[in-house]
Design a protein around this ligand. Structure first.
Ligand code: SF4
Length: 204
């Protein structure tokens, strides 16, 4: 723990490209307990398994747990130094708790030049927050589904689906959902998704 004092923000992610920094947290630990994607989770494979990557994600979570404000003020400081137009939360991991979401909102309000994107399966936290508050326009929270694991979505947030090429699972994907092209820095569709719009990913 001691050797890590600063959060690790990733840049040059293969899918996101060099113009979209992201912050990651350990998958499973921060994911919902009954997440149906645990078995085939992409964040539990490939480069996410490198010990340096695992350590940096655990380090991020440790810093958040010790000081939520320090974690987010480092994200804010990073984006004030280099005002990237886009930022992605959690290629791995998920919204930790309500305070985390509140600080995501505060960060978006401070870093107005940046559009933030977060896919989540922590639906209940977001739904509860939205009963009393609105999200800033530059923070797009997108509910992520998995086959028939579909959230309650009373606020009509945009959604993602996974295409399994199995009719019993794919029947939930809306007709007008758009296929992910796989290269965010040439696309940015998810940062601009509006209420009731959706994207689908091909399962790999
Ligand atoms: S739809 Fe576009 S922005 Fe969304 S994940 Fe796919 S490539 Fe990235």
């Amino acid at each position: 723990m001691e050797q890590f004092k600063t959060i690790h923000i990733s840049i040059q992610n293969r899918k996101l490209g060099a113009s979209i920094p992201s912050i990651n947290l350990p998958a499973v630990t921060t994911c919902r307990a009954n997440a149906p994607c645990r078995k085939g989770c992409y964040a539990c494979k490939g480069t996410f398994l490198y010990s340096t990557v695992q350590k940096s994600m655990q380090n991020n979570l440790d810093i958040y747990k010790i000081s939520p404000k320090a974690y987010f003020s480092q994200i804010q400081g990073y984006l004030q130094m280099i005002p990237f137009k886009h930022f992605r939360y959690h290629s791995s991991g998920d919204i930790v708790d309500m305070q985390y979401l509140e600080l995501m909102v505060q960060t978006a309000k401070i870093c107005k030049e940046t559009k933030f994107l977060c896919f989540t399966k922590k639906y209940e936290i977001v739904n509860e927050y939205l009963t009393k508050h609105k999200l800033p326009k530059n923070l797009n929270i997108v509910f992520s589904s998995w086959g028939g694991f579909i959230p309650e979505n009373p606020h009509n947030l945009p959604m993602t689906y996974v295409k399994f090429n199995k009719s019993e699972l794919d029947k939930f994907i809306p007709q007008n959902a758009v296929e992910c092209s796989g290269h965010c820095e040439n696309c940015f569709a998810c940062w601009n998704l509006k209420k009731k719009q959706s994207i689908y990913f091909n399962k790999h």
